[in-house]
Ligand binder design. Structure first.
Ligand SMILES: *Cc1c(COP(=O)(O)O)cnc(C)c1O
Length: 434
């Protein structure tokens, strides 16, 4: 399978090139040249297959021969080693819980799969790969936990001192082994600047094999298609035959792009709902045909505070312009006030606590149902565990939030971070020391 750039169909790469470059040289995004359709007989009987088996079949179709079957199975068994249950919540409605991985957010799927794919391609090399990331909190946690103890790869994470939450700092700094945390006396922007400077430094790029764990890497998108198939498998098991509506809480639109890829591969889908907070460029585009990136606004669902979604080019590539998109995709945006009300109302009705991102997806599904009158089953994606947002919930809801094992096990672990000034020469020295 070849991958092409959304900016120019003639710019091509094979899978390992696309993975290690992340971005094509022309600054487009890599897309698979074709999306193979899975056998209809398999999709009809999806309910009979386990999550790892479904993941293996989907990945094999997408990767063709890039990774041998036996190794791909190993990679998937390691990467997809936590469940993604579709939990019923009222009539014909399911919340697809994608937060049971180590960082308690759906980004674990992408990070765990990408790290193991990279390690596989690095086996033939003597030089290790150095991953360098700046984080304001959440991405760093998923990357740190996703790459932890993966061979041939060292990870260096820069975070702004005093500006990440205590849990986030624990996730970044207590792992050790191949994960190194640098606590920078500066802001997140300073961290980003230092990382950018490192990538441009001739001596560093000569001495080290540097890479980013970029969120638009194609190896992150592939594993996100798995759970859409797995969701349909679970709905089949529950006796559903009508194709589902998927509501996806969206920021950079990677999650939704993966869903559309799954649909192109033959997954039955009645409709996708792009659910956003007030950063609503895509819902506006679907209404007006005009795409206007804007500076992002700060909201409760802050992992979706994106003013210029990076995967929009991929959605256009998959679905064409606004009119064609409208056949499959609806979009709605919601305020923080509506988000808080949804969290409250679902808790009152079902005793279920949603994180703010999940609440936006819930609202999107409700709105689509109201507008369309559809009787099809609905699945809204839950992208993070509510315990990551303790400030959002009033005291009566707190006891309903069960502290997961992943958090409990962080307690009492030793922080190991190298404190450094906001100074590139210091970063360079640390990196060259190895
Ligand atoms: C990253 C993230 C999102 C948005 O996902 P995209 O693929 O960027 O659209 C939603 N919820 C949570 C909790 C996230 O971390």
């Amino acid at each position: 399978m070849q991958y092409y750039s959304t900016k120019d169909k003639h710019t091509k790469a094979d899978f390992p090139q696309a993975v290690f470059q992340s971005l094509p040289p022309d600054n487009g995004l890599y897309m698979p040249e074709k999306l193979p359709r899975l056998e209809e007989a398999f999709i009809k009987k999806l309910g009979g297959f386990s999550f790892p088996e479904i993941a293996f079949r989907v990945a094999s179709a997408l990767l063709e021969e890039a990774i041998s079957a036996s190794r791909l199975r190993e990679i998937i068994d390691e990467a997809v080693n936590f469940p993604a249950p579709a939990v019923p919540l009222g009539k014909d409605t399911y919340v697809l819980e994608l937060f049971h991985g180590p960082s308690l957010a759906f980004k674990d799927f992408g990070a765990r799969f990408m790290s193991r794919v990279m390690a596989y391609f690095l086996e033939q090399q003597t030089r290790p790969l150095d991953i360098l990331v700046a984080t304001s909190g959440d991405t760093g946690g998923a990357v740190a936990l996703g790459f932890y103890d993966v061979p041939h790869i060292r990870v260096t994470i820069l975070y702004p001192s005093g500006k990440v939450s205590p849990v986030q700092e624990q996730q970044l700094t207590t792992l050790g082994k191949n994960i190194r945390a640098l606590e920078v006396k500066g802001s997140f922007d300073d961290c980003q600047r230092l990382v950018k400077q490192a990538f441009l430094d001739p001596e560093l790029s000569k001495t080290l094999q540097l890479s980013s764990a970029n969120s638009i890497n194609i190896a992150r998108l592939i594993p996100q298609t798995f759970y859409y198939f797995h969701a349909w498998a679970q709905l089949q098991q529950a006796g559903h035959t009508a194709p589902p509506v998927f509501s996806v809480p969206s920021g950079n639109f990677g999650n939704l792009t993966a869903g559309v890829m799954a649909w192109k591969m033959g997954l039955p889908v009645a409709r996708f709902v792009a659910s956003t907070n007030v950063n609503d460029e895509v819902p506006v585009y679907l209404r007006t045909g005009v795409f206007e990136p804007r500076p992002s606004l700060h909201t409760l669902s802050n992992a979706m505070d994106v003013g210029n979604p990076s995967n929009f080019a991929r959605l256009l590539e998959l679905l064409g312009g606004a009119e064609d998109m409208g056949g499959l995709l609806s979009g709605y945006s919601f305020t923080d006030e509506a988000t808080r009300e949804a969290i409250r109302s679902v808790f009152t009705q079902h005793g279920y606590v949603m994180c703010p991102h999940t609440a936006v997806a819930y609202l999107g599904l409700q709105e689509f149902r109201r507008e369309s009158g559809t009787g099809n089953p609905g699945v809204f994606l839950s992208t993070a565990h509510p315990c990551k947002f303790p400030d959002v919930y009033e005291t009566d809801m707190q006891p309903a939030i069960v502290l997961p094992e992943q958090l409990a096990s962080l307690n009492g672990k030793q922080k190991q971070a190298v404190v450094m000034e906001n100074d590139f020469s210091q970063l360079k020295e640390i990196l060259l020391r190895g």
